[in-house]
Design a protein around this ligand. Structure first.
Ligand SMILES: NC(=O)c1ccc[n+]([C@@H]2O[C@H](COP(=O)([O-])OP(=O)(O)OC[C@H]3O[C@@H](n4cnc5c(N)ncnc54)[C@H](OP(=O)(O)O)[C@@H]3O)[C@@H](O)[C@H]2O)c1
Length: 328
């Protein structure tokens, strides 16, 4: 049974007087640092010189090299890219850690796949917000918060779970829900969701549907509206009120067509592919491939992103979006 926590379950005192070092000031770093500061914590930012350093300074933070931030902190939030995290941890964090510190990860990837093996004198927890950085900030400012999944990877002080709960509250998650899981479950389901649904399955579904219409002689712009543009509307309905709200909002024709034809599009073959993808995630095959890809400066990723940017759906979609935004 999934354990869930809300505002009243959190002992804020475990973190109230602590200094939090946010390492990295990108999508999550910026949002979490600002939320933690607005929640009343002393927050410092550790980054290398450059864009992030300037952004954090402009936002009014005390910014310093990663090693100095780690030395000064009680809680260290690792908000750097997962593919670089092991190297940053080994070189710039590990030598400066000290007894009693807690390290907070926003995703279980590096811990679950053994890229970072923390020393035994630290509390190590995961607080993984289920939303992109800008949402983490936007919802916090609206007196709400994105849900977070927490996990305890290592508990030396006996307070690791309380620290994770308090950190999650600091970024706003106690206003919605904090769920307790494990790094394994968070990592494997997160990767699976990205690959099978949000960044893989849905994107390829749109591409295949668009190609089918265009190859059958329909106008590319009309095909774009039908296969890509309308998705935002449906995603909004599903996220707000599930299948019920979708069926209440779309025509009966659309609902009937979807219910009867949808399973032919995503049928047993898709489920077989999903099982294979999940097996690659669970066995570490995907993680190994992605980490090795990064070691050679991501040649395959770079080529695939370029090809996707050059595809006709992207060209037609860009044109349509330009026209719509000019008319606003
Ligand atoms: N993005 C999301 O929606 C999301 C959602 C949930 C969890 N997460 C997790 O949050 C963590 C951070 O992801 P993110 O998307 O926020 O990353 P990001 O936007 O790519 O930002 C990474 C930050 O790390 C800094 N950085 C990179 N290499 C560095 C180095 N060698 N030394 C010091 N700083 C360095 C970057 O600074 P520079 O400007 O100097 O490069 C930047 O400020 C990851 O564990 C990710 O899985 C992300």
């Amino acid at each position: 049974m999934l354990k869930k926590y809300y505002d009243a379950d959190v002992d804020w005192a475990v973190i109230a007087e602590k200094t939090v070092a946010v390492i990295g000031y990108g999508s999550q770093g910026r949002a979490q640092a600002q939320n933690l500061r607005d929640s009343g914590l002393a927050v410092i930012v550790g980054v290398r010189p450059g864009k992030s350093f300037e952004a954090a300074s402009l936002d009014g933070f005390t910014v310093m090299p990663v090693c100095d931030a780690v030395k000064a902190a009680d809680v260290v939030a690792m908000l750097v890219p997962d593919e670089s995290a092991a190297e940053i941890f080994r070189r710039e964090i590990l030598p400066w850690t000290h007894d009693g510190q807690a390290i907070v990860f926003a995703h279980g990837f590096t811990l679950h796949y053994g890229q970072i093996i923390p020393p035994p004198n630290l509390d190590v927890v995961m607080v993984a917000p289920k939303g992109v950085g800008p949402q983490v900030r936007e919802l916090y400012l609206a007196d709400s918060g994105v849900p977070s999944i927490i996990a305890v990877h290592q508990d030396v002080t006996g307070n690791a779970k309380e620290t994770a709960l308090a950190f999650a509250k600091g970024i706003g998650s106690a206003r919605s829900v904090i769920m307790e899981s494990s790094c394994a479950e968070e990592t494997e389901t997160d990767l699976f969701g990205e690959q099978a649904v949000i960044c893989g399955g849905v994107v390829n579904l749109m591409k295949a549907a668009y190609d089918t219409l265009v190859e059958a002689g329909y106008e590319p712009e009309i095909a774009y509206y039908e296969c890509m543009h309308s998705l935002k509307l449906i995603a909004g309905l599903l996220s707000e009120g599930g299948f019920t709200m979708m069926h209440d909002s779309v025509s009966k024709t659309a609902g009937y067509g979807g219910l009867t034809r949808g399973p032919r599009v995503i049928g047993p073959e898709a489920k077989t592919a999903m099982k294979e993808i999940l097996a690659e995630i669970r066995s570490g095959t995907f993680a190994r491939e992605w980490l090795l890809e990064n070691q050679v400066n991501r040649p395959q990723y770079t080529a695939l992103v370029r090809l996707e940017k050059e595809c006709e759906l992207e060209r037609v979609g860009g044109e349509v979006r330009r026209i719509i935004s000019k008319r606003k």
